[in-house]
Design a protein around this ligand. Sequence first.
Ligand code: MV4
Length: 498
Amino acid sequence: MFKKILIANRGEIACRVIRACREMQIETVAVYSDADSDALHVRMADEAYRLGPAPSTESYLRGDKILEIATRSGAEAIHPGYGFLSENADFVRQVAQAGITFIGPPPEAMESMGGKISARKIAIAADVPIVPGTTEPLASYEEAAEVAASFGYPVMLKASAGGGGKGMRAVESENELKSALAGARSEAAAAFGDDAVYIEKVVDRPRHIEIQIFSDSHGNHVHLGERECSIQRRHQKVIEESPSPINSVELRASMGECAVMIARKVNYIGAGTVEFLVSDVDRAFYFLEMNTRLQVEHPVTELVTGIDLVREQIRVAAGERLSFGQDDIKLNGHAIECRIYAEDPANNFLPSPGKITRLRVPNGPGVRDDGGVYEGAEVSIHYDPMISKFAVLGRDREEAIQRMRRALREYEVGGIKTTLGFFREVMEDEEFISGKIDTSFISRLQERQRPILPDPTSQDLAAIAAAMSLTGRKDTRDEQPPGGPSKWAAAGRAALHR
Ligand code: MV4
């Protein structure tokens, strides 16, 4: 086993990897930018080295500097976390050339799954259903018009290099096709330097359901059930759960089998995720893409399977066999995760960087907080403003929702705006509770709901507490009195409309 690992990342995922290393008695090396010299991951690691200025292009994306630090510190392996260099096949090759182990899949598997068109071909070869559509880049508008007509509108144009919804366009009729094609192409060229675009039929009322897979270097491939990730905002996942409210034992088995067939086809090693679109209409599922990294939402799978995915990544990278087989994997209970962001839900989720002046993290039965900050820490404008992934485990979905509600009431973050209030609303929402969560959940929710109250700052809380102790009134902050909102809530709402 490795004696020392460098973590080429920051924030909560760097902390998460350090925790696994410590349990395995592996020494940890952190790297940091100038914006992160006081960050939690730097404080948690055994050693820490400066990369450079705050922008990621001058710090966390500098593979050359990271390799130099790995060599200098005597790290035998590099864990990339997610984002940054985690899916960069060239970096993986450079790591190997330096005689260091990359904790992740082989670069060839990464490249096979890097483009959507290439991934669709592999799915076909593995006998896995894909969304009906083309498997070659569109050569011209004429070809696009012909193909779209043969599949029938509406269709979806997607960039082969795409991700995060970039270069994606829904097209209702031929009238829209020309400008949509030009738009998708130029967006893809600008974002990825690759303007290859293909066509898919639109899946009605889609859900995003993904399968966690795991493979070792001895040819063993297993799946660890699904995660439902249909609640998204601008193609960013917001809430994830496992199991999916709609997934039956049979659907899980057949999706899991398909995911494993894809992993086998690309000789995968390590943790991976195979994404599917599932139609809410007929429960048909279609391969979408494969993510060749540990994902943000891995904790929900860990909660229901009891397996430490990061520990397993490290073991497999060291050449060991998977510590479990398919039959050992049992899903227990129901897990829900909320991504807590330093964003203002009352202001179109605008990032809200700044100093965290107060932090109270919930605790108690079935609660897990994967955080990357501490009270007094700064949330920087330079990186993703996610401050924590907050997850609960219940025996069933209902208990998980009750537990999440309870725990979110305990969560306090002061000094910056957060999405906590938004999640408190979602956990009370009838559609969410009934499990009716598809693509347009958030826009529907926003139409239904009253304005979201801003998180009270610590000064507000102090003032409220002082006022209440004077009047002897009980704390009714989260209650909706029968006669309408409380005075302070009304004041808060009025402030939103000013
Ligand atoms: C689709 C789709 C409908 N039909 N593809 C792909 C990337 C992901 N961020 C959104 N994607 C979609 N691809 C076809 N052929 C609808 C979406 C979609 C979506 C899917 C699941 C959950 C939330 C979504 C939000 C917007 C769009």
